[in-house]
Design a protein around this ligand. Sequence first.
Ligand code: IVH
Length: 665
Amino acid sequence: MNIEQRIEQLRTQIDEYNYKYYVLSQPEITDFEFDNLLNELIDLETKHPEFYDPASPTQRVGSDLNSEFQEVEHIYPMLSLSNTYSEEDLMDFDKRIKKIITQEFQYVCELKYDGASISLTYENGRLIHALTRGDGVKGDNITNNVKTIKSIPLKLKKNTYPDLFTVRGEIFFNTADFKRMNEEREKNGEPVFANARNSASGTLKTQNSSIVAKRPLECFLYYLLSNNLPTNSHLDNLKLAHSWGFKVPLQYIERVNSIEEVIAFVDKWDEQRSELPFEIDGIVIKVDSLELQKELGFTAKSPRWAIAYKFKAEQVETRLMSIDYQVGRTGAVTPVANLEPVLLAGTTVKRASLHNAEQIAYHDIRLNDFVYIEKGGEIIPKVVGVNKEKRSPEAEPIKYISNCPACGTELIKKEGEAKHFCPNEYGCSPQIRGKLEHFVSRKAMDINMAQATIEQLFTNGLIKDITDLYALRKEDLLKLDRFAEKSAQNIIDSLEESKKIPFERVLFALGIRFVGETVAKTLARHFKTIDNLKNASYDDLIAVNEIGGVIADSVVQFFNTEASRNMVEKLQEIGLQFEVIENTETTNKSFDGKSIVISGTFTKFSREELKEMIEKHGGKNVSSISKKTDYLVAGENMGPSKLEKAQSLGIKIINEEEFMELLNA
Ligand code: IVH
């Protein structure tokens, strides 16, 4: 046997032992024997770099080099599922499907693994990249990290896989592995991880793959995508994927004939979930036939052929010891409970939101009561009720505050709103700090400034409001702790850079109540300049599509406040963008004079966005097909009549990708 053959033999053997150990959980040799084989391979590969193979098992150890992740576009967008919480919702889901599909069909029920989703693409049986979900359209390329997960094959077995396919799955820690890892960390004096799901996604985003290699991550695969999948059944394809070497927990997957059986599956796992060796947060139900999946198609956000049933959040009971009041950037006051620490879904909880005075009164919550807490989607858990049976004589009614805990101003409570507010918008420090944080945030002015820096600048009196940011000099920053030439210059540069941020984002950055990203866009596009917006009346505002009374009120009030007007004026002087810049000359006119029909739903862009692109590039978007139509942009689920008409008139039918190609031509 020559060296190349020996290398190949070792790789195959090691792959097989890895598979037996990590996928089948059936170790076949001792660690010592395994290490001997691996060391021999490492040795041969080092001496013979000409036989390098990125899919070699030696590539799973990771590297110490820090690497920034590149964004890569998903071949198929990564959609999420719509959630349901009740049996009734499931029955409705079934009804919706049966409206479209009249023949018999089957469902596949799977557990909803609670980790971080991953998208793996294989070409000719080799892993070519692994992407995070990202924004669903593009994800981070974390291939080097994923390669260290031994249950993910770098090379596939058998030969029944498509030449090119993507497989989606969930990366997570087994409960026992997570516990063991934490015990180890504690022993080494390292901080322990609070929650398995967050540490799985945190680990995946670690920019040092040798750290990832040391953590016992697992991966279950649940969804295949390709132009030529081997069978027409989702479950049969998963079974094949299992035979290619993927970890598919087939013992927990069931194919059933009716929604009643789906519900039985849901109930069974709701009861038995704590016995599983990993965490789940619900059940995923999918139509098994791929043909029927195609017929059902997608809504803008999720497939119509699948749904997630989410289990009710876990609840625990603990004692409410005291209450703090927090003031947010809009002045809204939130009462926060300080609790006797308690374990909830893997984390120790010490604080929870009490929402507002009305909720406290509604539940009749008193100090020293035993309260129920729950974790919702938010980071901070919430108090959802009180156990009155355990009420002790020490329980004291809560006297809600009447003055701002930060600045002492008397709180107000508006008609119809649940929260109390501190009206001292420009003089109350948590509000100012909150506004500053919002102003610099990535989606607003994208200024390279950490929360701690704002805190520092604020306490040192270097900034008192947003406009002061632009008066900062490098020398000021250098006087602060932890600042060096480079970090100071970075801030100055990014402040300068922020003067180019378009009007709609500046408007969002101002932090006007109820003016989020989308509303800011709508207002900017409609009014074009800050002066037009400033002079707009309530009626002018509500006349704009999608702007209602609450937003209109808030905008009018903002510009009626002298301090707001002063701030805007100063920012105008500083040179921020307060007008929409129409950049007609920079866009090409690839659709000049073309008449284009859009039909169906699209994955990357909304119809509104496609329409805008057509118009921006000189074309005309028309609603019905005629001889004069140049293109039909066909999305998912378009009506058959349009398609037929276009075909009969010989009109060019293009998909979203082809549309983009034409546009960029
Ligand atoms: S199928 C288009 N199956 O749940 C359908 N998802 O919104 C793709 N998840 O974050 C999803 N277990 O990562 C599917 N057995 C399972 C799943 C599962 C967990 C996650 C997925 C995504 C979310 C669905």
